[in-house]
Design a protein around this ligand. Structure first.
Ligand code: SAH
Length: 376
């Protein structure tokens, strides 16, 4: 057995191991890493890739994240908010299409009207999507930024059961560098803890290739996911946003950035094993087959876009976002082909919950978690 083969066969990884894997540069070694991660994914989370139909509800945002194209100081885009009917119609379409779950994402707002709007949409989607094929209704994931514990509770009680909130980077210095002063890593960490305490399956992730980010930072990010007992991971390359405040700083060259992003997915799969990992859309900005390569490197979730085409152009978190002119029907067929092309199946009509979440709840022996027991 070569040194790399025995490293890849391990089930526990030290920080030095993680770093060594992220440092791989040789194409044959990277292919071996990919193969190992794909096999671990098959063994731990199965052969299916689950679709979460994405609705980008609104680009209104109270935050000013320096990297982001919809930050509040970007006055070059027109701001929009979909109405409830449009959001609910998109979700019922997802249910009919067999996606099993949807993701409601937007810029961040904490005002009472917004909190109420989301609560109403979630409740309505749940009610309208219960059917023979989806007895618990459509799975609902929220990606709506930092909120109070009370808000998280309201949204959970309305029927959402997963939440994505990226830490962006686990390095406090780098976090401070890419956010305005009023945003602290401390409150982001608190929000992640609050989400878990409410009962959500918690997703987090980082941007890869940020200015001044080191491989050590990325290795620490993977350790962070493990230490925090995270259920779902959504990571992607950092790509310059014209409307952001980091346009003077260079982005990593596309080829290197894609390779590093894929290595991050694979190493995260090897270390965390039973979590859900998304092949994010930003991968496809770097290469036409970016998302399927993410799946080949161990991802098991994709987020086909269902946002009405008229709104998509104004929801560009980064430049070069793909599928701006494609209808949701086109996105659906195209992604299914991509999934099949790398030897996976589409997980139809299933929530495709994080296996890790199930296990961490079993370990804590909390039968009171009704959503989880209902799903079984
Ligand atoms: N407001 C919500 C959801 C929208 S932003 C929230 O903050 O969670 C969703 C994610 O887009 C962010 O977490 C960030 O990681 C990613 N993102 C923003 N700008 C980006 C850029 N320039 N390149 C790559 N990803 C970016």
């Amino acid at each position: 057995m070569t040194l790399l083969s025995s490293l890849l066969a391990q089930t526990g990884f030290s920080d030095a191991d993680i770093l060594a894997l992220l440092r791989l540069e040789d194409e044959t070694d990277i292919a071996q890493l990919r193969q190992a991660a794909f096999e671990v994914a098959t063994r731990e989370v199965g052969n299916s890739v689950y679709c979460r139909g994405l609705v980008e509800i609104s680009n209104l945002c109270v935050r000013d994240c320096l990297y982001c194209g919809i930050r509040k100081s970007n006055h070059a885009i027109s701001r929009y908010s979909l109405d409830a009917q449009t959001v609910i119609e998109a979700a019922t379409w997802a249910a009919r299409t067999g996606y099993g779950s949807c993701v409601l994402q937007a810029g961040e707002r904490q005002d009472a009207a917004f909190v109420r709007f989301i609560e109403d949409c979630v409740r309505e989607i749940k009610q309208r999507t219960i059917s023979e094929t989806l007895p618990q209704g459509l799975g609902i994931t929220l990606s709506l930024g930092e909120q109070s514990l009370e808000t998280y509770r309201r949204w959970f009680n309305a029927g959402a059961h997963r939440y994505l909130l990226r830490i962006e980077t686990s390095s406090p210095a780098l976090f401070a560098r890419i956010h305005p002063r009023e945003q602290s890593i401390k409150s982001r960490l608190q929000a992640l803890a609050d989400l878990a305490s409410v009962g959500f399956q918690v997703g987090t992730g980082v941007m890869i290739g940020l200015p001044e980010q080191t491989l050590e930072d990325l290795a620490a990010d993977i350790r962070f996911f493990a230490d925090r007992d995270i259920d779902m991971i959504g990571m992607g390359p950092y790509i310059t946003a014209t409307g952001g405040a980091m346009t003077d700083e260079s982005m990593m060259p596309s080829h290197d950035l894609l390779q590093l992003s894929l290595k991050m997915i694979a190493v995260t799969r090897l270390v965390l094993r039973d979590v859900n990992i998304a092949a994010t859309t930003a991968l496809q900005t770097l290469a036409a087959d970016g998302r399927e390569r993410g799946i080949a490197f161990g991802a098991n979730v994709v987020m086909p876009n269902m946002t009405p085409v008229e709104a998509r152009a104004n929801y560009q978190l980064y430049d070069g976002k793909v599928c701006l002119n494609e209808s949701r029907e086109e996105c659906s067929g195209c992604l299914a082909r991509r999934i099949l092309s790398v030897g996976r199946h589409v997980g139809h009509n299933a929530w495709g919950d994080s296996k890790h979440y199930g296990r961490r709840n079993d370990a804590r022996d909390t039968p009171k978690n009704s959503l989880q027991s209902r799903q079984r």
